[in-house]
Design a protein around this ligand. Structure first.
Ligand code: AOF
Ligand code: ZN
Length: 327
């Protein structure tokens, strides 16, 4: 199952609002075939494997997969169809699928058709591995990491809002590699853009993780209810401007929306509720795929104080990372 997760890892950042899934066919302790879910809208891991491998499948062979095989027609056909058609007789799965279209029915269908189904065999590890997908399917929102930095005496900024550099280069490199590069989006409030004009990129990651591919750039989401964002800010003018999403209120000035959209920046409208964005609607917008947007399941909230507060008060923080100044 650990090897299924290793295969599944290739789909990280590619699967949009879906799951990372890997599969292996094992016969007498050796691998016959492998497969994984390569990206949003593409064939699932089991089908990938069974299309890679066209040979006969011995009855004792076991198909290992980290997620219960699906039995629904989604963007691709049900995995259970091809598993049955190809005569796989034993399936071992890591965790049940929390998607309501599957939710145990994949396993039932296989069993009803005489397949021996073993599992869940590593439920906690598999659920943690796919925590973005699991949180989205079970709570309707992404996995949220809140990252903050503070000096040893607890300061996060100067009182007048002037930028205060707290973390050192090594800490920044760490957060680019282990936080920013692992999430679908980085989120900040507009005041952070006004005060610090951050890049919000993964530029300190030394080598692209996958050879031959460009360095991954997560979405950059700016909370800006009245569209105060300066048009000269880095997130709107750098080469990754098309990976910026400004979340604003429907009543924000429409001229500003037009100006942002004209630069290739996405403007998502979310209604306000008691002065903050209505989270239910926000999640809906961020998780719903459109023609050129795959949806997302993980979010890194980088500040500032008001934005952290909004997320904490709403009880939607799954993980907190605080970097403390070394000086
Ligand atoms: C599997 N194997 O490799 C994956 C599964 O829209 P679709 O067709 O891609 O379906 C998405 C749903 O399919 C997703 O929510 C999850 O339930 C399942 N993903 N299932 O058997 C896979 N990626
Ligand atoms: Zn499937």
């Amino acid at each position: 199952m650990r090897e299924c997760l290793r295969l599944a890892e290739h789909g990280r950042r590619e699967v949009g609002n879906g799951a990372m899934v890997g599969a292996k066919l094992v016969f007498r302790n050796s691998d016959i075939a492998r497969g994984y879910h390569r990206g949003f809208g593409q064939i699932h891991a089991e089908r990938d494997l069974l299309m890679n491998y066209q040979g006969d499948i011995p009855s004792e062979a076991i198909l290992y997969v980290n997620l219960e095989p699906c039995c629904h027609q989604g963007k691709t056909p049900p995995c259970t169809d091809i598993i049955l058609k190809r005569g796989v007789q034993r399936v071992c799965f890591g965790m049940p699928d929390p998607d309501v279209r599957v939710a145990g029915q994949g396993i039932d269908l296989l069993r009803r058709n005489g397949v021996e189904v073993i599992g869940p065999v590593a439920r906690a590890a598999c659920e943690y591995f796919n925590r973005g997908f699991v949180t989205m399917r079970s709570k309707g929102r992404p996995w949220v990491i809140l990252k903050s930095a503070r000096t040893r005496d607890g300061q996060i900024a100067y009182a007048d809002g002037a930028p205060l550099k707290i973390t050192n280069e090594e800490q920044d490199r760490w957060s680019h590699e282990h936080l920013r590069s692992k999430v679908d989006a980085i989120l900040v409030g507009v005041q952070t853009i006004i005060n610090d004009d951050p890049h919000l990129t993964t530029r300190l990651v030394s080598t692209p993780q996958q050879e031959g591919l460009e360095r991954y750039q997560p979405w950059r989401i700016i909370f800006d209810s009245s569209l105060r964002i300066p048009l000269a800010s880095r997130v709107l003018t750098d080469p990754q401007a098309s990976k910026t999403i400004v979340v604003t209120a429907p009543e924000a000035p429409s001229g500003n929306k037009v100006a942002l959209r004209g630069r290739g920046v996405r403007v998502f409208e979310v209604p306000l509720k008691e002065g903050s964005f209505a989270f239910g609607k926000l999640w809906e917008v961020l998780s719903s795929p459109t023609a050129d947007f795959k949806g997302m399941t993980s979010l890194l909230v980088e500040g500032g104080a008001k934005t952290w507060d909004t997320f904490r008060k709403a009880g939607v923080v799954d993980e907190e990372v605080t970097l403390t100044s070394t000086l």
